[in-house]
Write a protein that binds this ligand. Structure first.
Ligand code: NAD
Ligand code: UDP
Length: 323
């Protein structure tokens, strides 16, 4: 059935892939974004589609649309982006969730909220199942994002219990692919940009910290599968790729695939509160959504590197001040 769908943060990395997929499926898609960490270029190719609309708006201010579904993605996601203006990050997470949930309640739309593996903080349980309550430092530099996302999860469940809103909470683990912002400071985009330019790779610490990287196409499959799942499946559901890799191995792989002479050396300081390890337990997604990632890291990196070779870095800007 064709639906009217609102995607907040729809011009961002994940949002633009999601909008494209939904538009191709024939849905009527409204993409709402304030372009804090993205640019219109990500959705340029959709502007001529009769079933796509682009709206500049900040989710901190209320919004109204007649829709059947809401994907709530609006929030800076890269550490450099969300720490740029931490108070605004918290407002976006919390007030954005309240505004999206208020709309869902009024028009009886189903709402999917993109939460994060960061709700587990620096985890003491490994891999992380949804039942793990996390180890977040509430006063550190990552807290604006982690606690903002935790509060948004709370709001989702309170609107569900108090008002019967149909909710879906997904906890996304590190995702990469074409259309990542080349200056977002995330590890995949940094390493690829540096390797292609022949610059030293900025490995933080000794590189033994781990992450588990999911290719964007797999992630979009997971988000849509959760949105379309049976009504009583509220989540939270982990969606990510359980193949764990150290950051130093990632650096070596990127350099090798790029055919680069960039140096990978240790000794740079670790950022504060940087989780030492992260890997999703995806048993729930496998069982309830029949979902699992299909794209191995090597293949996903090749596709991402191909895309990075085609872009003009001068088309991208760092995040703009936004108060
Ligand atoms: P992104 O920064 O590329 O996209 C976020 C989008 O939200 C951008 O287009 C940005 O301009 C917009 N935005 C930010 N603040 C806004 C505001 N106040 N009003 C309106 N729009 C606003 O990040 P992404 O990687 O596409 O992440 C999308 C969502 O998924 C985020 O909520 C993020 O927390 C979550 N997530 C992503 C990852 C990942 O690895 N990519 C991991 C965990 C969670
Ligand atoms: N990292 C790194 N060099 C960089 C960027 C990141 O070594 O230039 C490390 C970072 O310290 C972390 C991991 O890579 O351990 C993932 O960082 P990212 O910012 O991509 O995401 P996070 O999972 O920490 O939110």
């Amino acid at each position: 059935m064709l639906k009217r769908i609102l995607v907040t943060g729809g011009a961002g990395f994940l949002g633009s892939h999601l909008c494209q997929r939904l538009v191709r499926q024939g849905h009527d898609v409204i993409c709402l974004d304030n372009f804090f960490t993205s640019q219109k270029g990500n959705v340029d190719h959709l502007l001529d589609c009769h079933n796509f609309e682009l709206v500049r708006h900040d989710v901190v201010d209320p919004f109204r649309f007649e829709v059947d579904e809401i994907y709530n993605l609006a929030c800076p996601a890269a550490p450099g982006h969300y720490q740029y203006n931490p108070i605004k990050t918290m407002k976006t997470s919390v007030m954005g969730a309240i505004n999206a949930l208020g709309l869902a309640k009024r028009v009886r739309a189903r709402i999917l909220h993109t939460s994060t593996s960061e709700v587990y903080g620096d985890p003491e349980v490994h891999p992380q199942p949804e039942s793990y309550r996390g180890n977040v430092n509430p006063i550190g530099p990552r807290a604006c994002y982690d606690e903002g996302k935790r509060a948004a999860e709370t709001l989702m469940f309170d609107y569900h219990r108090q008002h019967g809103v149909q909710i879906k909470v997904v906890r996304i683990f590190n995702t990469y692919g074409p259309l990542m912002h080349p200056y977002d400071g995330r590890v995949v985009s940094n390493f690829i940009r540096q390797a292609l330019a022949g610059e030293d790779i900025t490995l933080f610490g000794d590189g033994s910290q781990t992450r588990s990287f999911c290719f964007v196409d797999d992630m979009i499959d997971g988000l849509i599968a959760l949105m379309e799942s049976r009504a009583d499946l509220t989540g939270p559901v982990n969606v990510g790729n359980p193949t764990e890799t150290t950051v130093i191995d990632l650096a070596r792989k990127v350099v090798e695939i790029c055919g680069s002479r960039s140096k990978v050396s240790t000794g740079r300081p670790m950022p504060a509160d940087d989780p030492a390890k992260r890997r999703p337990d995806i048993a729930l997604a496998r069982k309830e959504l029949g979902w699992e990632p299909r794209v191995p890291l090597d293949q996903g990196l090749r596709k991402t590197i191909e895309w990075f070779r085609t872009i003009r870095l001068s088309d991208y800007r760092p995040p703009t001040p936004n108060y």
